[in-house]
Write a protein that binds this ligand. Structure first.
Ligand SMILES: [Zn+2]
Length: 217
């Protein structure tokens, strides 16, 4: 089974996350908003008594070295609630800026807040994206029931039934896709549980970490 994962918002906890991913040789995509990253690391907000910091432009390339970057819009708006021309700019300008920063093709998209409508889906396609990730859960995930521009992942990384859903995905189809935000891991237990799940996936000889875009190629 092909296994993919992605993480949103470009925050400092991605550094710890990536250490774990490198240790277990897992691929991943990171969905970023170029306008959120200033020259140096900057304070974002508090989540469950923990500070969230946005990574700085001076560290992005080092942090994400070897990983795939995808489009998450320029400023993280509800794209379906703004004029179509503005939504197009959010999508196309972020893609351009991320390509400039990372010098890699930016072909994937994750909807800010997971929300979209038909017009936004059309924009993604017109701007050359391979898929648009939602925040709904689906089984099986391929082929996407509403097309690649409404690509529903399998589950969140921290769902208590992670291992059970992994088994269901294996029985239902040929791909498993989990996602989340690294800032959601606010305790050592949560980090350990996450690493255990990665190790669990690697113990299955039938699994293979792949790039999300490769699911469509
Ligand atoms: Zn986001």
């Amino acid at each position: 089974m092909k296994v993919v994962q992605c993480w949103d918002d470009g925050i400092h906890a991605d550094i710890r996350l990536i250490e774990i991913l490198r240790k277990h040789q897992a691929t991943a995509t990171f969905n970023l908003n170029a306008s959120k990253h200033t020259a140096h690391r900057s304070f974002g907000r508090i989540y469950q008594d923990t500070e969230i910091w946005l990574l700085g432009l001076d560290e992005l390339n080092d942090v994400y070295e070897g990983f795939t970057i995808a489009n998450h819009s320029l400023t993280h708006p509800h794209l379906e609630n703004i004029p179509v021309a503005d939504a197009r700019y959010e999508i196309s300008e972020n893609r351009k800026q991320l390509q400039d920063i990372f010098q890699q093709p930016i072909d994937g998209f994750a909807y800010p807040f997971g929300t979209y409508n038909d017009a936004v889906k059309d924009l993604l396609k017109e701007e050359g994206h391979v898929y648009g990730r939602t925040v709904k859960n689906a089984l099986p995930i391929l082929p996407p029931s509403e097309g690649p521009m409404a690509f529903h992942p399998t589950c969140k990384f921290n769902t208590p039934d992670f291992k059970k859903i992994f088994a269901q995905a294996k029985a239902a189809g040929d791909a498993f896709y989990f996602w989340g935000h690294s800032y959601e891991m606010v305790t050592e237990e949560m980090w350990q549980a996450f690493e255990d799940n990665i190790a669990f996936i690697n113990e299955d000889p039938d699994t293979e970490w792949v790039e999300i875009c490769d699911l469509f190629r």
